[in-house]
Ligand binder design. Structure first.
Ligand SMILES: NC(=O)c1ccc[n+]([C@@H]2O[C@H](COP(=O)([O-])OP(=O)(O)OC[C@H]3O[C@@H](n4cnc5c(N)ncnc54)[C@H](O)[C@@H]3O)[C@@H](O)[C@H]2O)c1
Length: 364
């Protein structure tokens, strides 16, 4: 018996009809699906095979609170074999690299080093976290303009090396994801914004605490802008398969409207509150970025609310915002058309209008 390299199931090599050859070795599969997944990208599934050592590289651009926390969470995850860090201040990059490398004894092996834009060549993902936060008295549009100018410098230097994917995290993330697609000229499915993955995680956490159940048993989405016009999809919230709107399975009642509004208010204001308390949000976004990286690098076909270019869905066109998307090795491979109720669809359209205006205001 052999192991199917895709799903790990035991397969009788004499009986199975699903076979494939790679670098002179035969591999056996339990199904056509596993065989096809393998043939799209054999090294992805041969991580432990000494005949084919797998290389996975992530480049982190920007080594501030978000970039360094992402690098830390990524090194712990064992997802990559290399992590290159680059940023504006060579001293700071060097210091971050040293500090991370001093923890190598405690994590799976990974090569962490000071990189250059050249490292974007062959990178599975380039995560862009450089940029400034809003200054006192500065409007969101001023901030967007400033970070868009930075993107005009940075994105061409990344894109010319043709990395497999670019993850935009710098705010305003939806506007800058759109800018990165336009500046880079790369296929839109390979440029992904972290979008409302973080907001969705906050929503699930607060719902799970409210209902007294594990957040992994809460299904819920925040869609639209990563920001003030974001939309909670209450019609699709379910706890262990039971729709929350009809009946709360944990307290046995219909959840009062004001409690639901209170939960959403906390989601929307979370960043303001954290920034007021400690100056930056970094831990949850770092973990959210690792989750997105896992979905892409491991070809998982996971559904996450990343920011991506929408062209036609819900009558929304030519704007980046978050709706549930299937993520795999090719980036965004499919968008999920949720059956939203009328109010939610109107709010999503409003969010799209807000973002379109912001994109126009910064001259894209
Ligand atoms: N999308 C999300 O969910 C999310 C969550 C948290 C933070 N963010 C955003 O991530 C970005 C980074 O946040 P942070 O807390 O790490 O900020 P930070 O100030 O700690 O780090 C920013 C980094 O960008 C670099 N930088 C700034 N201006 C630059 C320029 N002109 N050229 C080159 N590099 C420059 C700095 O050197 C620094 O290393 C911000 O835009 C923030 O709003 C997004």
């Amino acid at each position: 018996m052999k192991s199917d390299p895709v799903c790990g199931m035991k397969v009788d090599e004499k009986k199975t009809k699903y076979k494939s050859m790679f670098r002179g070795t035969s591999y056996f599969f339990c199904s056509e699906h596993c065989k096809q997944s393998f043939e799209q990208d054999p090294p992805l599934y041969l991580g432990n095979d000494q005949t084919c050592p797998i290389e996975r590289k992530v480049v982190v651009v920007g080594t501030g609170a978000v970039g360094s926390t992402f690098a830390y969470a990524l090194m712990r995850s064992g997802l990559t074999t290399s992590i290159a860090l680059l940023g504006r201040s060579p001293e700071k990059v060097r210091a971050q690299v040293m500090d991370l490398n001093h923890g190598l004894m405690f994590v799976p092996p990974v090569h962490i080093y000071e990189g250059t834009y050249e490292d974007c060549k062959d990178a599975d993902m380039v995560a862009v976290t450089s940029g400034t936060a809003q200054k006192p008295g500065e409007t969101r549009i001023d901030l967007a303009k400033r970070n868009a100018e930075l993107f005009k410098e940075m994105i061409p230097q990344i894109a010319r090396h043709d990395p497999r994917s670019i993850l935009v995290v710098t705010n305003p993330v939806d506007v800058l994801t759109y800018a990165a697609i336009k500046i880079s000229g790369l296929p839109m499915n390979r440029i992904i914004g972290s979008g409302t993955v973080l907001d969705t995680a906050r929503f699930r956490y607060l719902l799970s605490r409210h209902c007294g159940v594990d957040s992994r048993n809460v299904h819920a989405y925040i869609l639209g802008e990563h920001g003030d016009s974001e939309v909670p999809v209450w019609s699709k919230v379910d706890i262990g398969g039971v729709p929350l709107r009809n009946f709360c399975p944990s307290c046995g009642e219909v959840c009062p409207e004001e409690e639901m509004e209170g939960i959403f208010r906390q989601v929307k204001n979370a960043a303001y509150e954290i920034i007021q308390g400690k100056g930056a949000t970094n831990f949850a976004i770092g973990l959210a970025m690792v989750r997105i990286a896992e979905a892409i690098l491991r070809n998982e076909n996971s559904i996450l609310t990343v920011s991506t270019l929408i062209d036609g869905m819900y009558d929304i066109r030519d704007v980046c915002l978050s709706i549930p998307a299937v993520l795999n090795r090719s980036g965004v491979s499919k968008l999920i058309n949720l059956d939203l109720d009328e109010d939610e669809e109107q709010k999503l359209n409003n969010s799209a209008r807000v973002l379109k205006k912001a994109i126009k205001d910064i001259g894209f």
